[in-house]
Design a protein around this ligand. Structure first.
Ligand code: SF4
Length: 232
């Protein structure tokens, strides 16, 4: 399938989602895939709202891109923060870098800083959109383009699911889409600063995320595969 056809089909899907699942939001974490979706939504389907989660631990480069994106497209991105009482309790009990201590403590941090704010961001919505791609990780190989997200109680769409990394970057270059400066410093996947690092050419895309854990546990809880059913 050519990139042109992939783009047309993604725009058609976004329009269908906006028509049938009003209100819908796109959860933007400012990685390369999310910037493709930002461009498609801002230029073709601006009825879809854009939200983002500020975990409080993002890279400065991500904040720079957040501001640049809003200015470049003239759009409003609604940012959700973690509840301060939960962050304060976690820090008091476990310390600032507790996520390195165990998978359980890492998941607790992700729950507080990502999962709970996402639930608030999705409250009252009929669907949400993400930039997940199948080839990004073993945990994403069985995903569907459209599935019911039982954990959050609404439909979830992954319009770029079958795009390749080359197609993502082809689109970014062709359309002059702003992107995170960290991608030029060998960060293929970008999350929170303490939990993301650059990777070598021979490593896989998600090798720089939670690098001290096994590939099977590398999800933050935003994308709970086991709880999702393929759409009919
Ligand atoms: Fe916490 Fe790291 Fe998860 Fe960010 S990625 S919420 S810092 S454990």
């Amino acid at each position: 399938m050519s990139l042109e056809v992939r783009v047309e089909s993604a725009i058609a899907l976004l329009n269908k989602i906006a028509d049938e699942y009003e209100p819908t939001v796109f959860a933007n974490s400012f990685g390369a895939e999310d910037m493709v979706l930002t461009d498609l939504i801002a230029r073709h389907v601006s009825r879809i709202g854009i939200i983002s989660l500020d975990t409080g631990r993002l890279h400065q480069e991500t904040y720079d891109l957040m501001q640049k994106t809003a200015e470049h497209y003239g759009i409003c991105i609604q940012v959700f923060f973690p509840r301060h009482d939960l962050v304060e309790g976690y820090l008091a009990e476990h310390g600032s870098n507790a996520f390195y201590g165990s998978v359980e403590l890492r998941k607790q941090c992700c729950n507080i800083r990502k999962v709970e704010p996402l639930k608030r961001a999705l409250a009252g919505k009929k669907a949400w959109i993400t930039g997940l791609r199948r080839e990004q990780a073993p945990t994403r190989s069985d995903l569907a383009v459209s599935a019911f997200d039982e954990a959050n109680g609404l439909q979830k769409f992954n319009p770029l699911l079958d795009w390749s990394l080359d197609e993502v970057w082809g689109y970014i270059r062709e359309h002059g889409v702003p992107y995170n400066a960290l991608h030029d410093r060998s960060f293929p996947s970008i999350g929170c600063a303490p939990c993301t690092r650059a990777v070598a050419m021979v490593e896989d895309i998600r090798a720089g995320r939670w690098w001290w854990e096994s590939p099977a546990t590398k999800e933050c809880g935003l994308h709970v595969v086991a709880a999702m059913k393929k759409a009919a």
